[in-house]
Ligand binder design. Structure first.
Ligand code: AMP
Length: 376
């Protein structure tokens, strides 16, 4: 396959969720077709795609059949096994590369990579035994957060340790081992930067945004982040440094903490579109999804400019879905639903975006006013 991919080429996307759905919609606008590898026939991405392979992400025959039908392979779901990634990469170009996915799949590998690249993080230690945990807790101090190294998302697979009595129950509950112990960051804000990188090394970074979680699930994103210029500078420099050190081709999301002293610490990276970038669909000429498709297809990357301020609110679970009729009649809310049949608690069902003139993102009170029934 030669890059840039010509129009009508087929992009293979592993994962059938909303990130794949919005990537497939962006790809369609650029004249590409998407073929989705997903476990469920009625998945959000499969509903809007050109083709679908329904299979486990581990079945070699299905991975092979999927790869043979597409021109390039990318991901919205990263937890494909090392063997599966190697198999895909032996058949078609995989962007980002299997090495990038391996780094982001495992919190210990990820933190070591970040520190080796000179990116600051909270103090951390890998712990395999109860004794190692006690030792690490003494060194790092409490409070701390104990996490599984893999498959954790939206707060799953982690425990806050406040006192020495919390160590044993948390160690017993979390699996598989080894685990990672992280120093608790009493953060002033959580922020993120999404950066696209082409195969020629060109970078296009979206503005730094601010994220608020509720029950460990992203609730609100404010674009731009309401932080100092110095914090913006640190966060952008960190995102650029990671994207280059990882040699990513595609999109990279970097989640960061701002601590009480105004220092920016990297928390997590994800080499794919990210929930904290959904505002870019309406607020930027090229959204994070278009940037993702452009980068993996070898198209030129435009600057990630933002022509409006924005707030994005996730629609989570049955409570938020009950507000759908009102969302549709609230002036200025731009609604998105992901086509999920069942609204389970904590499940991301959709999101809304509200735009403001650039420089006019209101304070808390003003944002609550425009969100109507969605305000907390
Ligand atoms: P993660 O799965 O690492 O993204 O963590 C999910 C959320 O838990 C983060 O967005 C933070 O709100 C919180 N969290 C995770 N790690 C820490 C930490 N070391 N200190 C404080 N809060 C944390």
């Amino acid at each position: 396959m030669t890059f840039p991919l010509p129009p009508n080429s087929i992009i293979g996307l592993v994962g059938g969720g909303q990130l794949g759905r919005m990537s497939a919609l962006a790809a369609a606008r650029l004249g590409y077709r998407c073929h989705i590898l997903t476990r469920e026939a009625d998945s959000p991405a499969a509903q809007v795609a050109h083709g679908v392979t329904i299979s486990d992400y581990a079945d070699p025959a299905s991975l092979r059949a999927f790869a043979e039908q597409v021109d390039v392979i990318s991901f919205e779901f990263e937890n494909v096994s090392a063997e599966g990634l190697d198999l895909l990469a032996s058949i078609k170009p995989v962007r980002p590369s299997p090495g990038v996915l391996r780094t982001s799949q495992d919190r210990v590998v990820e933190k070591q990579f970040l520190n080796d690249a000179g990116v600051p993080t909270t103090a951390w230690a890998m712990v395999s035994t109860r004794e190692e945990l006690a030792d690490a807790a003494r060194r790092i101090g409490l409070p701390a957060v104990l996490k599984t190294t893999r498959y954790g998302y939206d707060g799953k697979g982690q425990a806050r340790l406040m006192t020495p009595d919390d160590l044993s129950p948390a160690f017993a509950r979390l699996s598989p081992k080894p685990l990672i112990l992280e120093g608790f960051v009493d953060f002033a804000a959580e922020i993120s930067v999404i950066v696209a990188r082409g195969s020629d090394g060109a970078l296009a970074a979206f503005d730094t945004v601010e994220n608020r979680h509720r029950d460990h699930v992203l609730d609100l994103t404010f674009a731009p982040a309401r932080v100092s210029d110095d914090v913006v500078g640190q966060s952008q420099a960190i995102a650029h440094r990671i994207a280059t050190a990882l040699d990513v081709v595609g999109l990279l999301a970097v989640e960061m903490f701002v601590d009480a002293q105004g220092r920016v610490l990297a928390n997590e990276i994800a080499p794919r579109p990210h929930n904290s970038g959904h505002w870019s669909i309406e607020a930027c000429p090229a959204s994070q999804f278009e940037m993702h498709i452009r980068a993996i297809a070898g198209l030129p990357l435009p600057a990630a400019t933002r022509h409006a301020d924005a707030v994005m609110r996730n629609l989570v679970g049955p409570e938020d879905m009950a507000l759908w009729p009102e969302i549709l009649t609230t002036p200025g809310l731009i609604p998105h639903l992901y086509g999920k049949a069942e609204a389970r608690p904590r499940r991301k069902m959709g999101h809304v975006t509200r735009l403001f003139p650039k420089g006019a993102l209101p304070g808390e009170h003003g944002i609550a006013a425009v969100l109507g029934k969605l305000a907390r």
